[in-house]
Ligand binder design. Structure first.
Ligand code: SF4
Length: 80
């Protein structure tokens, strides 16, 4: 996992907002202190977030696949 990547934050949610100037898919924060606001990001490779509310996404979450899992095309639990 990349170090403190915004993409790996447990509070990151995605939504659709047709009026957004950045496109219809928006990155939203679900942390109680920022709920409903945009995630501060950034969403760039090799650039960790400076967000003080960041917490790692639980590894048991089915959508949390490591880079090696994605390369092999397998699910995190080892199922193919
Ligand atoms: S704003 Fe911070 S806590 Fe919220 S989703 Fe982004 S990185 Fe996570």
């Amino acid at each position: 996992m990349r170090e403190r990547s915004a993409a790996d934050c447990r509070y990151l949610r995605f939504g659709v907002d047709a009026t957004s100037p950045d496109g219809p898919i928006v990155s939203l924060c679900g942390h109680p202190a920022r709920d409903g606001f945009s995630c501060v990001g950034p969403f760039l490779e090799e650039m960790p977030t400076t967000c003080g509310l960041w917490e790692e996404k639980p590894r048991s979450a089915p959508w949390h696949a490591s880079a090696s899992d994605q390369t092999r095309g397998t699910l995190p639990s080892g199922r193919e």
